[in-house]
Design a protein around this ligand. Sequence first.
Ligand SMILES: *Cc1c(COP(=O)(O)O)cnc(C)c1O
Length: 387
Amino acid sequence: MQFIDLAVQQKRIKDKIDANIAAILDHGKYIMGPEIGILEKRLADYVGVKHAIGCASGTDALLMALLAYQIGPGDAVFTSPFTFIATAEVISLLGATPVFVDIDPKSFNIDPAKLDRAVSALISNDSDIHPLPIANNPLPITPKGVIGVDLFGLPADYSRIDTIAEERGLFVIEDAAQSFGGEANGKMACSYGNIGCTSFFPAKPLGCYGDGGMCFSGDDELAEIMKSLRVHGKGHHKYDNVRIGVNGRLDTFQAGILLAKFDIFPEEIELRQQVANRYASLLNAHSNLQLPAIPRDYKSAWAQYSVLAADETQRTDLQNKLKVADIPSAIYYPKPLHLQNAFSDLGYRKGDFPISEEISRRIFSLPMHPYLAEEDQQKISAVIGNG
Ligand SMILES: *Cc1c(COP(=O)(O)O)cnc(C)c1O
């Protein structure tokens, strides 16, 4: 059994992939070939926003979004400590300061009430209100924006995040690396905030065969800036440089592969939902696990199916039993970002974000992909039930 099986999908669309690759070899436009624009148009329509800007990875999408807001030293960007490193890494890379905000224990996404407290704490430089990075003491940092993360495919609570952001004058970036295809209140993931950023890393819901990503925005000016940023801050032409940017283009071959994959993507999102429903009914009987809770009017893209064990010991025990039965499982994420060495200069301490810390000790993810067979899920359930 595979954790994420990409082979079944490839079999379904192999002819289309081969044809798209052959077409690119024929026209030879390897950099910014016509497939890029076609893909951007199709995905912008699907997400329901005006602009899509293909880029080299999900990390570059986040970097370009922050660059579009000219984020740098002295700026504070709020985000979750319970996410993949890239979300906060790009903040630090630009010399700005990540300010972490703990998560909601059910959705695993940033807790809006705590976000509001974090902004107040930063403005009054009072870490009694909310834990702050020590970087705030020598250098006053100004609240600029928030990066909401749609963990495991479930959109964050943007209706509340947007309200707080508006009151506080912050921009909102949606880290939708895991949630392309997800929905909340009738709006697709990637359409939230000022800029939505996704990733086409192979294991994501819509993955290519290498690295890739995309920024989405309804804002004409931001979209223009991001198009410039991805080609070294170009102006009217390649050798007219109006800002400092990156080499952040999406590869033409990856766009060709994504076009083939996108044909069956809406169907795959339905299949993922069926797999999640089957897990829910099979695992419900096992009171030793807490299953994912999807709020009303939300749809997860089910990048991962993550469950909570009672404690770390039980998690180790269940993962061992699964391993013996040849069933892969994984832990996303074993260490919250505020406790990572890479962020040690922020001066956060154990206990600063107790929900993230507790979840990181209890969470683990089961195999999840659109083609996971019912028999395999029954086998998983049987192994867990005996735990
Ligand atoms: C995968 C991921 C990224 C980074 O995407 P890459 O394409 O690997 O650069 C960023 N944020 C989150 C939440 C992710 O899961």
